[in-house]
Design a protein around this ligand. Structure first.
Ligand code: ADP
Ligand code: MG
Length: 606
């Protein structure tokens, strides 16, 4: 039944599985140094509250003992009030400390996990584009939510157990020693045996935790994928298929979680049984001693109370090892994100890009998405885009056009050759200055679940409302925006789901226009527009691109033929270049493309 990978037996050769291995210890130390130590004040507060709570807990059996002693002495009346007051008093103190201890502990834990999320997200979003595209969003979401919640559980039980439970046990043991030290030694003889089952389960829990967290990542990934593919799933009637796929994943997580539960659950009966032996021993011992008049029923009752009260914190301590292991596995995964080094970063001494004309020069550029293999998406690509001019890239899909465009803002770095703007190699300038000077409207448009105005403003966050409207007008988007229920304040739904393809493209254009960068990259930015809005957008763009360096990928002849130069690509190579009329006269690839791809639109003077 178990598909768990068999770990070689020597892993458990020592009885030290209770202790952490070197890697875990290093990780734990680092975690403490990074997150716990900076909040040592809070730790001290929590510790102090926990100590008070434990002290109050430790006092409880003594109150019980005293009550019984008074009651057995037959001194009714005044004594009863004293006893009741003492019981209520000590429980009230305990209740108060319980509240503050719980709030302090959870504040500390939530603060740490929230800060971890912030740091991991900030790191992740600053990572290389290639890194972000490598994992599905769902898997990354899972690291920042599920894995962090494992850390949260581990920290909470760590703090509760390490402080509250161990101090409670300590206080109860002290109180037991005070009540009857001989009986206490009997009990202390039994409990160390608990270390054996604890060690056995924590190893297994760690292995299950690793697989659970991976599986949770897969599940989240599948969930986000299927929910965001709702259109496909509906129209192809894939509901059952999607549900079956996710059922499998849910069940997998269920099985792993149950495995952890069962492993953990094995411990409690063992500890319970040990507790039973301890209580039985104590009862037998007490019987002898009370019948000989050595100790009182009060002593016994107090002692039993202490012992029973200790059972719960002892069980929690027993479970701590497993929790810590689960938390460490999760911390490793979050650290995996934090430690990842971006490769597209500013060189030491990188200078801001200075754009004078905005000329882009590609020099023998080669690029491979997988540097390991020989195959390139682009081979030996050389092109001069003169400042202020428009160059069009055309070619079949998969030719490498988008790749070229993505290299300009350094979403990826070239594998061979170089790209420079006004003579400055892109790798020698700061990334912020480079990206500030480049606007890109890509094939897949990203819109957030926010208002239309906010989505356009992403182009320049400081833009005023009037500037946003002006940009929308320049992108021929103003009219359809005004037709929306709340105009610019209309919320457009997740990824702009409530807009048509052409409307989304015009918003993306408005965003780029608002950014007002000297270099404009348009990757099939008008492909989804109908002929009428295309013409509107074209004339708007013509004004906008007039003195701007523009690299445009388009399939429509009307967009391409106006370009100062056209570069035809095929299978990663440049196969032809020239102006529209030169290329038509050449009667080569471009003419063929124009005859096929552009067939529906005969060349019209425009
Ligand atoms: N993220 C990616 N990872 C790996 N290969 C990619 C990636 N994006 C594109 N490719 C590959 O690179 C080649 C060029 O793609 P692309 O530049 O998108 O072509 P075009 O825009 O001309 O259609 C294609 O063979 C494509 O499969
Ligand atoms: Mg493309």
């Amino acid at each position: 039944m178990s598909s768990e990978p068999v770990t070689p037996a020597p892993a458990r050769k020592k009885r030290s599985s209770l202790r952490l291995d070197d890697a875990s210890r290093t990780l734990l130390k680092r975690f403490m140094a990074d997150w716990v130590w900076p909040r040592w004040r809070e730790v001290v507060t929590t510790l102090a509250l926990t100590t008070c709570l434990a002290a109050a807990t430790g006092g409880y059996p003594t109150v019980i003992k005293m009550s019984f002693d008074k009651l057995m002495a037959g001194d009714k009346g005044g004594t009863l009030w004293w006893v009741l007051a003492a019981i209520i008093g000590i429980t009230a103190i305990r209740a108060t400390f319980l509240y503050f201890q719980a709030v302090a502990t959870n504040h500390f834990v939530l603060r740490i996990t929230t800060d971890m999320q912030k740091q991991a997200f900030a790191h992740l979003i600053a990572a290389d584009f290639a890194r972000l595209s490598r994992d599905t969003p769902g898997r990354l979401v899972s690291k920042l939510t599920n894995d962090v919640s494992f850390i949260q559980t581990a920290l909470t039980s760590g703090l509760n157990s390490a402080l509250r439970d161990s101090l409670s046990v300590l206080a109860l043991v002290i109180s037991m020693l005070y009540l009857d030290w001989m009986m206490t030694l009997v009990v202390l003889g039994v409990y160390p045996l608990a270390a054996i089952p604890v060690a056995m389960i924590s190893d297994r829990l760690r292995r299950v935790a690793k697989r659970t967290q991976t599986e949770l990542g897969d599940m989240t990934s599948m969930l986000t994928e299927n929910l965001s593919g709702a259109r496909l799933i509906k129209s192809f009637r894939l509901e059952d298929y999607a549900a079956a796929k996710l059922d499998g994943s849910f069940d997998q997580v269920f099985n792993l979680r149950m495995k952890a539960v069962k492993t953990r659950a094995r411990l409690d009966p063992m500890l319970e049984a040990l507790g039973g032996f301890a209580v039985a021993g104590v009862v037998a011992f007490a019987y002898l001693r009370i019948s000989h008049g050595i100790s009182t029923v009060g002593d016994f009752m107090g002692f039993i109370t202490a012992l029973l009260m200790a059972a719960q914190p002892i069980r929690a301590l027993g479970n701590l090892a497993g929790r810590v292991h689960e938390g460490l596995v999760a911390a490793e995964s979050v650290y995996g994100i934090i430690d990842e080094k971006a490769s597209i970063i500013d060189k030491p001494g990188a200078k801001p890009l200075v754009v004078s004309k905005g000329a882009i020069t590609f020099k023998n550029v080669g690029f491979a998405y997988e540097p390991a293999n020989k195959e390139r998406a682009v081979y030996d690509f050389s092109l001069d885009v003169p400042g202020g001019k428009t160059v069009a890239l055309v070619g079949r899909s998969g030719a490498g056009k988008s790749t070229i465009v993505n290299l300009v803002p350094r979403l990826f770095d070239v594998t061979e050759g170089s790209i420079s703007i006004d003579g400055q190699d892109l790798r020698d300038v700061t990334i912020t200055s480079l990206r500030d000077n480049v606007s890109i409207v890509s094939q897949d448009i990203t819109l957030f679940d926010d208002t239309i105005a906010a989505n356009i403003a992403l182009g320049r966050l400081s833009a005023s409302h009037d500037e946003i409207i002006a940009a929308a007008k320049a992108a021929a988007a103003h009219d359809f925006i005004m037709a929306q229920p709340q105009g610019y304040q209309t919320v457009i739904g997740d990824r702009g789901g409530r807009l048509s393809g052409g409307q989304r493209q015009r918003l993306a254009l408005a965003r780029a226009i608002l950014k007002d960068a000297p270099i404009l990259l348009l990757d099939e930015a008008t492909s989804a527009l109908d002929t009428e809005s295309e013409q509107l957008v074209q004339s708007a763009l013509e004004k906008f691109t007039k003195n701007r360096t523009t690299l445009v990928i388009a399939h429509r002849l009307s967009t391409v033929q106006r370009a100062d130069q056209i570069c035809v690509m095929d299978a990663g190579y440049v196969v032809e270049r020239g102006t529209h009329s030169e290329l038509l006269a050449n009667n080569g690839s471009y003419a063929r493309l124009a005859g096929t791809v552009y067939a529906p639109q005969p060349a019209h003077a425009n």
